[in-house]
Design a protein around this ligand. Structure first.
Ligand code: DAH
Length: 459
């Protein structure tokens, strides 16, 4: 990035860093003044100067060194100004203590030192923003150097010295005002733009910036509906003692099928036709469900286990209104020494009410999965019509939610769990399906088309 005038034109990626940096400078600057005003007499200038040297060192390592390249040069200049401020503040806050030291030569020395400090500062400005900052520093109403001078030098000066201090002060102020104006004009000509409200007569054709234009609002974005739903599901299970784990999307057939009691040639593999990774040693596949994480978790961890597993899964489905080649599932597994079918049913009912509302009823229908025995389909009474029958539930009053069941003891054999001692339940839900149902979406593809008109409806 070429050298820009100040930060007027700053790349938005850096705007936040720049504003943090300048806030930090402001904080340090206020601290300096407070020290000078309050503590200098008590602690002494040498002590405070050492304190600020240490502060500068910390600031440099923490803020300046890691600053992004395009900002570093400007940051460094601001930082140098801050360090200069400390020595200027030190001068301002040490007026002569004895009336006889308030003599013309002391006073003139100090004021000419200040004048030259102002001069070199303004000579180093590189744009109108710098000039504005200098104006605040020197003429600022509350803690500008001139106002400090008035309080610390003019007010306490003995009567015979007042005239001299007053004259020097006015001279300095006039020099500053002149310097600021000249420099500002210089930069305006150079950059060919005006500060202030643009009007058609004064706006030059070549003007680069129109400071009266409103800023650009940058959309922050929101979490996608699938993410929101997934997090909602996770929260429900977290609240009843489950943990969240994640697993690989590329799986070995062993985890995706065999260890889940789905041997080769088992008909249950048919509807899970999937994508094989070409050239992979173990005939790796894109996982067809999140169930492999049941196995991976039990392999790693001794019972009890209580986990949910959100993630992407893949199937060789023909895309239509309710199918895609990729969708999201959340798997659940609970295994312990005393888990019964009642625990299973109670957990499922709790979940359904938490997700769809307290009035929703649950029913279990017999089903089949190789890794659960018995297996069930979990249905909920239609949350739209309350069970009387409508378009959403296809007049049946019930909506199919997900598959589940008690863990098939055969599965424990694959992970060295003792089937005599342990029992548990598992479930696997389609997150996209649940989102479609809960939010009344009539088709799946809207979830993946990234159309902001759709996404904005779920802030
Ligand atoms: N893995 C099954 C599927 O993708 C869903 C499933 C059913 C998961 C029953 C389970 C379960 O854990 O117990 O169709």
């Amino acid at each position: 990035m070429e050298q820009q005038p100040g930060f007027i034109n700053l790349d938005p990626r850096y705007a936040e860093k720049a504003s943090q940096f300048s806030m930090e400078l402001t904080r340090l600057r206020a601290g300096m003044e407070q020290d000078a005003r309050r503590d200098a007499k008590k602690l002494g200038w040498d002590f405070l100067t050492r304190k600020w040297d240490a502060q500068f060192y910390v600031f440099e390592t923490k803020w300046l060194k890691p600053a992004p390249e395009p900002l570093r040069q400007t940051f460094r200049r601001w930082f140098e100004d801050l360090k200069n401020d400390w020595s200027t503040i030190r001068i301002l806050y040490t007026p002569p203590t004895e009336p006889e030291s308030f003599n013309a030569s002391t006073i003139q020395t100090v004021f000419s030192e200040l004048a030259s400090r102002f001069r070199s500062e303004i000579d180093e400005s590189t744009d109108p923003v710098d000039v504005g900052v200098s104006k605040m520093r020197w003429l600022g109403r509350n803690s500008g150097f001139i106002s400090i001078l008035t309080d610390e030098w003019l007010k306490p000066a003995p009567p015979e010295a007042k005239a001299i201090v007053g004259r020097e002060l006015n001279g300095l102020k006039a020099a500053i005002e002149r310097g600021l104006e000249e420099t500002l004009n210089h930069w305006h000509e150079k950059f060919e733009y005006h500060l202030g409200v643009a009007d058609s007569t004064s706006v030059r054709k070549t003007e680069e910036f129109d400071l009266s234009l409103p800023g650009i609002e940058r959309a922050i974005g929101t979490r996608h509906l699938i993410k929101q739903t997934s997090e909602e599901l996770q929260r429900i299970f977290l609240s009843i003692g489950f943990s969240v784990v994640q697993g690989p999307e590329i799986e070995t057939p062993y985890y995706n099928f065999e260890a889940l009691n789905i041997p080769e040639h088992h008909p249950a593999r048919d509807n899970m036709d999937t994508f094989f990774i070409e050239g992979a040693k173990n005939h790796d596949v894109l996982r067809t469900h999140t169930s492999p994480m049941q196995i991976r978790t039990m392999e790693k961890q001794a019972p009890p286990v209580r986990i949910v597993v959100p993630g992407k899964v893949y199937r060789r489905d023909n895309p239509d209104a309710t199918h895609g080649y990729m969708f999201h599932q959340i798997e659940g597994l609970a295994v312990d020494s005393d888990i019964t079918f009642c625990d299973f049913k109670g957990t499922v009912e709790y979940f359904v009410r938490a997700f769809l509302g307290p009035q929703v009823k649950t029913r279990l229908r017999p089903s089949y999965f190789p890794f659960t025995e018995p297996s069930a389909e979990v249905d909920a009474s239609c949350h739209v019509c309350g069970g009387s029958g409508c378009r959403i539930c296809k007049q049946s009053g019930w909506i199919e939610l997900f598959g589940a069941g008690m863990v098939n003891p055969a599965v424990y054999g694959f992970v060295n769990y003792d089937p005599e001692r342990l029992s548990g339940f598992a479930f696997g839900m389609g997150i996209d399906r649940l989102a479609m149902m809960k939010y009344g979406l009539s088709e799946l593809p809207v979830l993946f088309q990234n159309d902001v008109r759709f996404l904005r409806q779920f802030p």
